[in-house]
Design a protein around this ligand. Structure first.
Ligand code: NDP
Length: 300
């Protein structure tokens, strides 16, 4: 049992490593191909969080040498047909490698239908059912950036995944489910338990985790005594808690009681500065993968 604070998994530093590798590979891709990888983002909501994510993606893409452009639609005016038409155009545009639809979409638009209209070979978010199916069977495809980033963090932090008991709290299509699949793949070989809002006695499960991932969105859900001594803790949650000492009146925390968990865990991710930066880095990696895949397809 660790008697000192656990090692911090520094998401910003790991993401910087990935971004540098992508930048290098983009330069090599440019030597082989006619233009930089091109990403098109569709933004049709007015949420401040989405706007901030999209700005982050644009900035990171530009730094990596990726040509990223956001197509903005008025959330009050945009129609499903307009989005489907735009996707059809982007799908057949040879100058576009990756397409990402920033969720959520306005309520009147069928999100499923829009996601299914993205060409699977350009679906860098990995939400198209064809990519979801590939992930499930272990075939090559696009993996959603957050769970892909978590796997990358575990590997780069030399966490022993093989044979470990991984407990994931949260079963969303965005994080929990794809992560469970990745951890089960034969190149990872974890034993996986997935918990959710109907799980009884959550702590009994989390206390058996060698790798504990919380992806819920509830501050303080995972208390220190729910963490097994020596576990690796990955906190995906992003929650605002009131904080009068901050100019904006709040601060961001994860789902895990960080100070308490840090005393028990062997390694732990902070919030902010953990999973978040890695998510953007993996999106860049997916965009590069789309560009490289399409280039080699053209050459054969
Ligand atoms: P969802 O709301 O889609 O899923 C939340 C999951 O948590 C559900 O499976 C839900 O169970 C489960 N849950 C809710 N309450 C409890 C509880 N009391 N005990 C156990 N499980 C519970 O969220 P997302 O997966 O989209 O996101 C989760 C969190 O991760 C959010 O804070 C989000 O902001 C953050 N996030 C961070 C990212 C990053 O890059 N850092 C990227 C994506 C998300 P049920 O299925 O039964 O409803």
């Amino acid at each position: 049992m660790p008697d000192t604070d656990s090692t911090l998994i520094d998401g910003r530093a790991l993401a910087a490593e990935v971004r540098e590798e992508v930048q290098q590979a983009v330069a090599e891709h440019l030597d082989a191909g006619p233009r930089p990888p091109a990403l098109r983002v569709i933004l049709a909501n007015d949420s401040a969080a989405s706007a901030s994510y999209v700005r982050g993606k644009e900035k990171a893409a530009a730094e990596a040498g990726i040509d990223a452009e956001t197509l903005r639609f008025d959330p009050e005016e945009v129609t499903e047909d307009e989005l489907l038409g735009t996707l059809a155009r982007l799908n057949s545009d040879d100058e576009v490698d990756g397409i990402l639809v920033q969720l959520p979409l306005p309520d009147r638009i069928d999100e499923e239908k829009v996601i299914q209209a993205i060409a699977p070979a350009k679906d860098v978010d990995g939400f198209h059912p064809q990519n979801t199916g590939r992930l499930m069977t272990g075939a090559d495809g696009f993996v959603p950036a957050t769970p892909a980033g978590i796997m990358e963090m575990l590997r780069r932090s030399e966490v022993d995944i093989e044979g470990a008991h991984a407990v994931i709290v949260g079963r969303s299509n965005l994080v929990g489910r794809p992560l469970a699949n990745l951890l089960l793949h034969r190149d990872a070989n974890a034993t996986v338990t997935v918990c959710h809002s109907r799980t009884r006695a959550l702590g009994q499960h989390t206390r058996t985790a060698d790798i504990l991932v919380s992806a819920v969105g509830r501050a303080g859900l995972i208390s220190g005594d729910m963490v097994k001594a020596g576990a690796c803790v990955i906190d995906v949650g992003i929650n605002r808690v009131d904080d009068d000492t901050r100019e904006r009146g709040y601060r961001l925390v994860g789902d895990v009681d960080f100070d308490a968990a840090r005393k028990r865990a062997s390694q732990i991710t902070p919030v902010p500065g953990g999973v978040g930066p890695m998510t953007i880095a993996m999106l860049l990696k997916n965009t590069l993968k789309a560009a490289v895949g399409r280039l080699s397809e053209r050459e054969t």
